[in-house]
Design a protein around this ligand. Sequence first.
Ligand code: MV4
Length: 450
Amino acid sequence: MFDKVLVANRGEVALRIIRACREMGIESVAVHSTIDADAMHVRLADASVCIGPPPASESYLNKVAILAAAEISGAQAIHPGYGFLAENADFAQMVGEHGFVFIGPDPEHIRLMGDKIAAKAAVRRLGLPVVPGTDGPITHEVMARDAAEAIGYPVLIKAVAGGGGRGMVVAADEPALLEGLRLARREAEAGFGDDRVYLEKYLDRPRHIELQILADHHGHCIHLGERDCSVQRRHQKVIEEAPSTVLDEAMRAKLGKRVTDGLVRLGYRNAGTVEFLYQDGELYFIEMNTRLQVEHPVTEMITGIDLVRAQIEIAAGEPLGLAQTDVRFDGHAIECRINAEDAKTLLPTPGRVQAYHAPAGPGVRVDSALYAGAGVPPYYDSLIGKLIVHDRSRADCLNRLRRALGEYVIAGLPTSIPLLQAIIREPAFVEGDYHIDWLAGFLRGWQTGN
Ligand code: MV4
């Protein structure tokens, strides 16, 4: 096992990794920008290294500075957290070339899954269901027309280099397709420097369901069930839960078997999340995320498995200590993301926390780097905490969530807590009857006060 791990991140996820290290008897090294000198992750780590000025491009995304920090601190491995360099294949490769262990998948797998069309083709070859669409990029208009005809309208034009939903255009008919192709290409070129696009059947109002997996270096892969992340706005998830209200035990087991068998054949290692769209009883692969995810705690709450600890053990070459039959799903968990943003306008509200009191009590977990007096800089993501609750049933879980949200005190800057309180009271949410566009509709009423 490693003696010392460098945490290439900030905020709540840096704390999450530092905590796992401490429990495993591993020393942790924090890195920070100048504006984060007093941040909680710097205080909780065993050592810290300043890696640059506030803009992320010069600090948390500065590969050379991070490698230098690993070198001077004597770390053997680097955990990237999520965001920043977590899915940067070049960084993962550099980490290995400099003699450190990257706590995550191999660079080849990060690279494969970063190319959305190559990922889809690879996953289809492994026997997983994918959304009907073209096998490769669109090369000319005639091809697009014939493909769209075969798929059936409406179709969705997606950028090969896309992901996170950027650069997608829906086309309802042939004229819209030809116009949409030009628009999508322009956006893809501007956004990713790659104008290749492909077509898929457009799914109207699907749910976003993702499967958590763990794979070791000894040919074992297990799944830890799904998370439903459909409550989102502009590709930012707001509330996540496990299990999903639309999967039963048989569907979960069948999906899990297909995914884990496929990933063993692919030689995938470490933690990963396989994303699906669910509609009318069918699941379709869309993407794979080759990192720890923000919403991983809901999975930890219902399985009792420490995902960060597992990531570190796997990276150190240890075999998974669990077989699929050891994984038990217990009760229900819901996570609310707390953002430093105005609950009505949803605009970021950086500032300083004047007073802070986090909810606690039975079945309540708070992952946050906030403290009274903490600064929330304008340079980074507005996520300031995550409230995760666990209880026997979904109804009990919702009740506990209402109770816990009501305990929160974050004074000094506006937060999204009032919005979260409103969402969890909505009948559709209470019923579990939502889809990926549901929150947008709710927000139209919420923002205009209706
Ligand atoms: C789709 C889709 C509908 N039909 N593909 C968005 C980002 C990328 N992960 C895939 N995305 C979508 N692909 C087809 N064929 C709708 C979305 C989508 C979405 C997916 C998951 C979570 C939130 C979303 C929000 C808008 C659109």
